[in-house]
Design a protein around this ligand. Structure first.
Ligand SMILES: Cc1cc2nc3c(=O)[nH]c(=O)nc-3n(C[C@H](O)[C@H](O)[C@H](O)COP(=O)(O)O)c2cc1C
Length: 189
């Protein structure tokens, strides 16, 4: 009997015109597919186009009134692990990511979370640190092995993210850790 693979949802957090988030997300989606440990799904928040939170009830109740919320809920609920591909904006993560996360509650609980963060010299690490208090509220377990891409603009050529050996190794280590965490956290869900 074949055991189904856990499902990884990759979320591209930046939405602005000309963003590098999409090429970085496309690269990571390829790495995750080649890694082979997960069934891979990917969502681009620019395509998802959620409005600013427009639900009247606390998401903990799951009483969603909007079709876009029900669709987002089903997508996130189906995932066993997440990787957020996020820039650092003003030493934090973008508002688009917070909005998408705030829509839901139980769908996030007790699931592991990795990051592909990027920016200038800090590689988006301050965005990751800022998200950790949000992750704690949702009992998401942030992996220790993360991908932090420095000077991201220099690594994009003709709209494609160019990996190096260090970034590739970091991505694979994170995926390995997410697999382990996913198995360990399963009993809590
Ligand atoms: C509003 C805004 C704030 C930014 N703040 C930071 C920052 O705090 N740290 C940093 O390393 N880069 C910062 N940057 C530069 C981004 O790292 C760079 O523009 C990156 O391409 C943004 O990701 P995106 O192209 O996917 O939107 C900022 C960019 C924008 C648009």
């Amino acid at each position: 009997m074949t055991v189904p693979k856990p499902r990884l949802l990759i979320v591209v957090a930046s939405t602005r015109p000309g963003r590098v988030g999409r090429p970085v997300g496309d690269w990571f989606e390829r790495v995750a597919a080649e890694h082979g440990g997960f069934e891979v799904d990917a969502v681009d928040l620019a395509d998802l186009a959620l409005p600013m939170l427009d639900e009247p009830n606390h998401p903990r109740l799951g009483q969603y009134t909007q079709e876009h919320t029900r669709a987002w809920s089903a997508r996130v609920a189906a995932a066993d692990a997440f990787v957020f591909v996020t820039p650092e904006y003003n030493h934090s993560f973008p508002a688009t990511l917070k909005n998408a996360v705030d829509y839901l509650h139980v769908e996030w609980l007790h699931k592991p979370l990795g990051f592909v963060s990027y920016g200038g010299i800090a590689g988006g690490t301050r965005a990751v640190q800022a998200f950790k208090s949000v992750a704690a509220a949702l009992m998401m377990y942030v992996a220790n092995n993360l991908v932090n891409i420095t000077f991201v603009a220099t690594r994009i050529k003709d709209g494609v993210f160019i990996e190096d050996a260090d970034v590739r190794a970091a991505a694979e280590a994170m995926l390995d850790e997410l697999l382990t965490l996913e198995a360990a956290l399963r009993s809590l869900r």
